[in-house]
Design a binder for this molecule. Structure first.
Ligand SMILES: Cc1cc2nc3c(=O)[nH]c(=O)nc-3n(C[C@H](O)[C@H](O)[C@H](O)COP(=O)(O)OP(=O)(O)OC[C@H]3O[C@@H](n4cnc5c(N)ncnc54)[C@H](O)[C@@H]3O)c2cc1C
Length: 475
């Protein structure tokens, strides 16, 4: 899509100030730095004006002006996305909008088991509001203390509990969106069944701010589990690990809430970079799995002990530990959390977040490890992720004693190798993190023409002037 957008001028800034008030339009470069920054190593944005609406009507009024003046608008949630989706153009031609002032919990309906929230609510605040009512909002990810639910829905975030509760899309029953012409689409009834026409809500979830601004949502709540058991185990192979998952799901009535994995090579790197982190196994030649079983019947421990025993006898695993306190649980989780920290510490040449059917994960990792060892013999690589969802994070790291940086071409070749292998196994080039700005060219190469045409058609229909998050997802 060819964009001919205008930059914001002084007259436009005055009009926006009339709508949003003094605190609603920020142009102080020092304050703007925080909103343009990418704390996770990506390129910073270049917005010169930040808009801070107070309510949905403010958002609609701003968008009407952007549409009539053809000015691009980028929404930033917590800014924790990895792919530059919330990055405004470096030349200052796009407006940046933060919904941080729209952070009210509008309603909790305990009988309907729902919570209605504004899009600027920080994820951990929603979890806490649910907990006060003895309910669980199960979306959980490493960035939960700073990401916002609007960003979670816009990226269809996954995280640790997808196996048991689904991703952001599965947890959302209703949505309020401001369309690119300023109309408000409000569908906040919290219905669990509604087949009256096309499912418009799902069009906006995962659209990364390119089709409209999400301003509020109705989310599902669950009972809190009464027993949680956390275990770490060394599987013989990844195929054995997937069989262990099937076994535990069967024994636990599908109550395995997370099933994370770290390759033995990645764990060794974690040990080198963070020697202070206690690793429970002296030798782990196979993939290490971190799992939790959540139950409301106080039987999680029995299920875990019996299931792991059975797996040991069946030759699926070689070793296992079960946390006997919250402190031990935290220390097992620290090992899993240290994998992305280690990558941040060593630096990466390429990093991908991919998925394949779980049945193909063993073959994928095997071919990845052999192929990367050949193509980048001096670079360590890390493979870990949400095994239960078939979701792997694959990163080729900088050489520990760097002699030369990889060239852009070498990095592009490594990416192409990884992503082609993933698509050849029926997988997706982006499991959780979306496309943003940084993966637009990969989407072009790895999505079918039919899918791309339909996506472009939808974008054209909803946002004919291309003001919503320009340059993202589709070129
Ligand atoms: C330590 C760490 C761990 C992470 N773990 C996971 C994980 O396990 N699973 C996972 O899925 N992700 C994970 N992420 C990535 C990231 O946290 C998620 O993508 C998160 O959902 C982004 O939310 P955000 O509010 O920070 O959005 P931002 O990064 O601000 O924005 C992301 C995209 O959403 C758009 N957007 C934001 N708000 C709105 C809105 N209200 N309306 C329309 N569009 C909007 C932006 O324009 C942008 O395109 C992790 C990130 C970090 C730093």
């Amino acid at each position: 899509m060819t964009l001919r957008l205008n930059g914001p001028d002084d007259a436009l800034t005055v009009r926006l100030g009339d709508i949003l008030g003094k605190d609603g339009v920020i142009s102080d470069p020092v304050l703007l730095d925080r909103y343009n920054a990418d704390p996770y190593g990506g390129t910073a944005g270049g917005a010169r004006i930040l808009l801070r609406p107070r309510n949905t009507q403010d958002v609609a009024a701003v968008i009407r002006i952007c549409a009539s003046e053809r000015v691009g608008l980028v929404v930033r949630g917590g800014g924790t996305g990895f792919l530059g989706g919330a990055r405004a153009h470096g030349d200052g031609s796009e407006l940046l909008m933060s919904l941080e002032r729209m952070n009210a919990i509008r309603d909790i309906d305990l009988d309907n088991c729902t919570i209605t929230v504004e899009a600027g609510c920080v994820l951990s605040d929603i979890q806490a509001a649910a907990e006060v009512q003895n309910r669980l909002f199960p979306l959980s990810l490493g960035a939960e203390a700073s990401c916002q639910i609007g960003g979670n829905l816009a990226t269809n975030a996954g995280g640790f509990q997808v196996l048991r509760y689904g991703n952001a899309r599965d947890l959302c029953l209703g949505i309020e969106v401001v369309l690119p012409d300023g109309r408000i689409l409000a569908s906040l009834s919290g219905l669990r069944k509604d087949n009256s026409g096309y499912d418009l809500r799902n069009l906006f979830i995962g659209s990364e701010g390119t089709l409209g601004v999400i301003t509020a949502a109705v989310l599902k709540l669950y009972p809190r589990p009464s027993s949680i058991v956390c275990a770490m185990t060394v599987a013989c192979t990844l195929e054995a690990a997937t069989r262990l998952l099937a076994l535990l799901q069967e024994r636990s009535d599908s109550n395995v809430s997370c099933f994370e994995f770290i390759s033995s090579g990645t764990l060794a790197l974690v040990g080198e970079v963070f020697p202070g982190i206690h690793q429970p196994f002296e030798h782990s030649f196979g993939p290490v799995v971190l799992l939790e079983i959540w139950s409301s019947r106080n039987d999680a421990m029995d299920i875990a002990v019996q299931g792991l025993d059975e797996a040991l006898e069946a030759g699926l695993i070689t070793d296992a530990v079960i946390a006997s306190s919250e402190a031990q649980r935290r220390s097992l989780w620290r090992i899993r959390e240290a994998a992305p920290d280690m990558i941040g510490r060593l630096g990466w040449v390429v990093a991908h977040d991919v998925s394949v059917p779980i049945s193909r994960i063993g073959a994928l990792v095997d071919e990845l490890e052999r192929g990367l060892a050949l193509r980048a013999p001096y670079n360590p690589f890390a493979v870990y992720g949400h095994l239960g969802d078939g979701n792997l994070h694959v990163s080729v790291l900088r050489p520990v004693r760097a002699t030369a940086e990889a060239t852009d071409q070498e990095a592009a070749d490594l990416s192409e190798f990884i992503l082609s292998l993933v698509t050849s196994k029926g997988g997706s080039i982006s499991a959780e993190h979306g496309i943003g700005e940084d993966k637009v060219s990969y989407l072009q190469r790895h999505k079918s023409q039919g899918e791309l045409d339909l996506m472009r058609g939808l974008k054209q229909l909803l946002d004919p002037t291309g003001i919503m998050n320009p340059r993202k997802v589709l070129p």
